[in-house]
Ligand binder design. Structure first.
Ligand SMILES: C[S@@+](CC[C@H](N)C(=O)[O-])C[C@H]1O[C@@H](n2cnc3c(N)ncnc32)[C@H](O)[C@@H]1O
Length: 386
């Protein structure tokens, strides 16, 4: 069935929203204010899904899609609209979730920001997967990736590759790490990588790459977490710094390689960081030495198992799954007075806020567009015990 509809809103996933006979219709890649001709491709009791046949009345915010893989690759959601509208959509999405507080946004409009990629190799071809599939989409270049990573991709395409994943990391200090899970002839990579791993073995160069954020130095190993947007990470950490001023002791839960602890080192007299990945804790301990921050203590533990009392401020920066039930109960029953929650998933943040709400006021939040052109975003929120 085909029909003409007016798009009345946008969701955070790259869909326009229309209403047909009172029922919600999601139209992929349609923009609020547009009139489009759509074909209904899915229908159930609560909503329908339509595919654009033709944009009958486009809006100014519609732009030409720069990426040749956009409609095939599942990585991005927003290449068809302006940067300003993407930032507005992300802000509105979080505003709708937390309607009673002030929410700011740190916007982004810079491509080539990602310092990490995982390429898949199948039948000698390298790329990403087609949207919602395990079928390989061969690519020449990704507009989100740091140019140094695209250069490595270019070299990898000249090498006979075996099936398996290949991780590539770059840093703003011009260092590049390549880690292939299968055997790889590394001859062509030596002038574009400072560290090459095959499986768990470093076969060329250094075992880690060096990175710098503001005036803090870090080392990063292949399997340790590091923020992926090289332009926005400093802005993210500055929001956290802004929210955390005026306290003496800090507990940094889910601390990774100690990035936030070290960034805040001059503002607290006592800092403890907690991280479950032992390789990240080793990096964090090395990082504190190279930054003369020997007073910081990094503990290898599940965040839920540490004593969280007696800190002025607790920062949590969990993975997309959010806080575990045990940890959130512990926070609620503790003497924690101020909490900064750094979230890369507003849905689990919202779930956790509903629990925290009984004991904490959510004072303010800032959306940081760490994942420009994709549907993902970061939110930093500040809570105070009631
Ligand atoms: C989103 S990253 C944040 C890292 C760090 N705050 C940063 O900005 O680089 C989440 C970190 O939590 C760690 N993690 C995951 N589950 C954990 C748990 N139950 N307890 C402690 N750390 C955990 C991961 O290994 C990862 O390093």
């Amino acid at each position: 069935m085909q029909l003409e509809v007016e798009i009345i809103d946008n969701d955070n996933l790259g869909n326009g929203i229309a209403k047909v006979n009172g029922k919600v219709l999601f139209v992929k890649y349609a923009i609020k204010g547009e009139k489009v001709l759509v074909k209904i491709v899915k229908e159930n009791k609560k909503y329908s899904v339509g595919k654009i046949i033709k944009v009958l009345k486009p809006v100014e915010n519609r732009i030409e899609v720069m990426c040749p893989y956009f409609y095939k690759c599942g990585g991005c959601s927003f290449f068809y609209l302006s940067s300003s509208l993407e930032n507005d959509i992300k802000l509105d999405y979080v505003k709708k979730m937390f309607s009673n507080i002030k929410i700011d946004i740190i916007t982004s409009d810079s491509l080539f920001y990602r310092n990490k990629a995982v390429f898949h190799v199948k039948n000698g071809k390298i790329g990403f997967y087609y949207n919602e599939s395990n079928e390989l989409l061969e690519i020449d270049k990704c507009l989100l990736l740091d140019e140094k990573i695209n250069l490595v991709l270019d070299r990898l395409k000249k090498i006979k590759l075996k099936d398996g994943d290949i991780l590539v990391r770059s840093t703003t200090l011009n260092e590049v790490m390549v880690r292939s899970l299968s055997y790889l002839d590394i001859t062509l990579l030596k002038d574009v990588a400072s560290s090459i791993y095959i499986g768990d073995k470093c076969v060329y160069g250094k075992e880690f790459v060096n990175e710098r954020i503001g005036n803090v130095n870090y080392i990063v190993y292949p399997d340790t977490f590091f923020q992926v947007n090289k332009f926005m990470v400093l802005k993210l950490y500055d929001v956290i710094l802004d929210y955390s001023r005026g306290y003496n002791s800090l507990l940094d839960l889910y601390c990774g390689v100690g990035s936030i602890s070290l960034y805040l080192k001059d503002y607290f007299s006592n800092i403890v960081g907690v991280e479950v990945n032992s390789s990240s804790v080793s990096s964090a301990n090395y990082n504190k030495k190279i930054n003369n921050a020997n007073d910081i203590k990094f503990v290898c533990s599940d965040a839920k198992d540490v004593d969280i009392d007696n800190f002025d401020l607790v920062i949590v920066d969990p993975p997309r799954s959010g806080l575990s039930k045990d940890l959130i109960t512990k926070i609620v029953n503790s003497d924690v007075k101020r909490l900064i929650y750094v979230s890369c998933n507003p849905n689990t943040l919202k779930r956790d806020v509903l629990v925290l709400n009984k004991d904490f006021n959510l004072l303010k939040a800032t959306v940081v567009n760490m994942f420009y052109r994709t549907s993902h975003l970061e939110v930093v929120s500040l809570f105070e015990r009631i």
